[in-house]
Design a protein around this ligand. Structure first.
Ligand code: SAH
Ligand code: DHB
Ligand code: MG
Length: 220
């Protein structure tokens, strides 16, 4: 994905993180242990984690749903946005990823608030009980359309839904693209744009992970 990293993007990411984010051992160790376990280095960036955290906070969340756990990096950022007594459920297909995430989440001191459900997200979703106040969709990109349908179904008026990796270095708007993720995201955006239950926008991003973007939706 990140084939054209403009050095300014990483420089500004590092600059912003240094000025705005507090040093955080739990988050640093979550990334270090994910790397040591050879998980792919595809977690959200630190500033994106903070962005997700503050967006989640605006919903005063008692329940957060995440689809795609990896090593639990984004999970920790999101779980810290929960109101007292709140819960986060995160869905992960790979047992190994879930095991690494469990340790990272427990070490961050939020293990009691977080449940990891291992299996295909599409199989776990029907067993969940809403309403969720915030949903972060960040798993297999081809199934995003279905995950978004579930997010709205399990939401309430005012639920925020954020979808990662929507722009894909611009492939989303390239009609000749054959990239599976881009085709999946295009199918999702076409459906979301026609869906009367939601208001949706698309936010392009650059940074340490290259050129990509989030879709952000609010349930009406
Ligand atoms: N949200 C994480 C990154 C997630 S990477 C972070 O920012 O820190 C995407 C994750 O989705 C991977 O761990 C992958 O194993 C998982 N995944 C892929 N297909 C899945 C599926 N069908 N159901 C659930 N999880 C899936
Ligand atoms: C990939 C997945 C992600 O969720 C991401 O943020 C970046 C890359 C990937 O599968 O390559
Ligand atoms: Mg992602």
């Amino acid at each position: 994905m990140a084939d054209e990293l403009d050095p300014r993007w990483t420089r500004v990411d590092d600059y912003g993180a240094r000025l705005l984010l507090k040093p955080d051992r739990s988050l640093d160790l979550a990334l270090a242990d994910s790397e040591a376990a050879q998980l792919p280095a595809i977690a959200v960036t630190p500033l994106q984690g903070a962005f997700l955290h503050l967006l989640a906070r605006t919903t005063r969340p008692r329940a957060i749903l995440e689809i795609g756990t990896l090593g639990g990096y984004s999970t920790i950022w999101l779980a810290r946005a929960l109101e007292p007594g709140g819960r986060l459920i995160t869905l992960e297909y790979e047992r190994k990823h879930a095991d690494v995430a469990r340790k990272n989440i427990d070490r961050a001191g939020i293990g009691d608030r977080v449940e990891i459900k291992v299996g295909r997200a599409i199989d776990s979703l029907p067993s969940l009980t809403g309403p969720f106040d915030f949903v972060f969709i960040d798993a297999d990109k081809a199934t995003t359309t279905e995950y978004f349908q579930w997010a709205v179904t399990l939401g309430r008026s005012g639920t925020l839904v954020v979808v990662d990796n929507v722009v894909r270095e611009g492939a989303i708007a390239d009609e000749k693209t054959t990239e599976e993720g881009a085709l999946g995201m295009r199918r999702f955006l076409e459906a979301a744009g026609r869906d009367p239950r939601v208001t949706v926008s698309l936010l392009q991003t650059v940074g340490g992970k290259g050129y990509d973007g989030f879709a952000i939706a609010v349930v009406r």
